[in-house]
Write a protein that binds this ligand. Sequence first.
Ligand code: HEC
Ligand code: HEC
Ligand code: HEC
Ligand code: HEC
Length: 347
Amino acid sequence: MNAWARTSRLLLLALSAAVLYGCGERPPIVSVQHGYRGTGMEQNYNPRILASQAALHRAPAAAEPASADGPRAKEVYQNVKVLGDLSVGEFTRHMVSITQWVSPKEGCAYCHNVANFADDSLYTKVVARRMIQMTQHVNADWKPHVGETGVTCYTCHRGNPVPKEIWVAPTASRHSGGSLGDDAGQNRASNSVGYSSLPYDPFTPYLKQDKPIRVNGNDALVKTGAAANRQSTKQAEFTYGLMVHMSESLGVNCTYCHNTRAFQSWDQAPPQRVTAYHGIRLARDLNNAYMEPLTSTFPPNRLGKTGDVAKVNCATCHQGANKPLYGAKMAKDYPELTKVSVVSTSP
Ligand code: HEC
Ligand code: HEC
Ligand code: HEC
Ligand code: HEC
């Protein structure tokens, strides 16, 4: 080997070492057994990444409880439609808490015209009222997914007015006129599918529409008749795109929910797969029942390039943890968020 070849090989080695180091995935990786012994169902965690995320997954302390006595908010204020049955003390506590969860830097003025708190002219206030109802709905009606842990605004917002993890429909795929040809909805390095070549929008078909996710056949090589598996390779790639998003959102491997010798088998799967099944329906419900109808409430600059409203996926709540905030039970300290309010229509 001549000197030049040796130098360039060394340079290449140094470069790849630097690139690998940059990934933060350098050993040691910790392996934790998740399935039955001998099934090889293990979870791999990187202790340095977990340590760097500890603050993100820590829940803030609950505010001091307020007295339930005294006049109701709806008797004192002019334009309270959802939380009117709280005492004035409880209502104020709620306002202070949502400010801490959603707009700690911007304060009350993020949602309010502070010259008139009853005014609904800021879109943020109108969205926030619907968000209170959405949070109540999650806690009251989605127990098969959120259990008694539940969610608060902080689960998704984490001190940001716009949650960090949201999705909008991507712009149309490049067409054959372009120099790179039609990308057919895949092969764009996208964070949504862990920078793989899988279809980069697994959200529209599964978390907005309810396209079938199951693609595996139960028998090998059954080509005809009722038992034939009609799912295409492309459909399987879409399913895998969603699965990569689910794994990344929860910070887990496929074996957290599957015995990978038979991806389709529920009998052999850990119970977390059933929770995940409900999670898919939960995200779909929030997107269709709450986010989509808010499209015209948002100003155009808050919508995606195609005019699509920002929506929820697994990462919106989970943000890299198997349970959001590692299962901290924040909602129990805010009983007004755990049941659905009867909405008063009178101003
Ligand atoms: C994230 C948005 C948001 C923030 C931040 C916020 N509020 Fe509110 N506020 C609302 C919503 C939504 C309502 C209406 C609730 C309902 O209809 O039940 C409301 C209603 C009120 C009302 C009742 C006004 C009336 O006469 O109808 C008062 C008073 C109030 N907020 C005070 C505050 C104070 C004080 C702060 C800051 C500590 C604050 N709010 C921060 C969203 C917000
Ligand atoms: C399940 C996740 C989730 C929960 C829980 C949640 N939000 Fe949101 N919120 C969203 C998403 C998604 C958006 C749309 C992002 C955007 O604004 O483009 C949003 C937007 C908002 C906005 C508009 C921000 C802007 O400037 O565009 C406000 C205000 C808001 N939420 C308040 C609240 C309040 C108050 C609560 C609790 C009562 C709450 N949210 C609970 C997901 C959530
Ligand atoms: C958090 C739990 C969870 C994780 C992690 C997960 N899956 Fe899934 N997977 C599911 C659920 C739930 C379904 C069924 C969805 C439905 O029917 O609505 C499913 C379905 C599938 C299917 C289709 C099975 C069939 O019946 O045809 C395949 C294939 C699959 N997953 C592969 C993977 C791969 C590969 C990974 C890792 C990249 C993975 N999954 C990670 C929960 C998970
Ligand atoms: C509205 C917020 C929210 C959304 C959206 C959400 N989850 Fe969850 N998820 C939770 C909460 C809260 C828990 C904790 C429940 C508990 O403690 O019993 C949880 C628990 C889970 C668990 C059980 C974890 C364990 O270790 O036992 C799985 C699996 C899961 N979610 C998967 C998903 C998947 C997959 C998606 C997207 C398709 C999703 N979740 C979307 C809030 C959410």
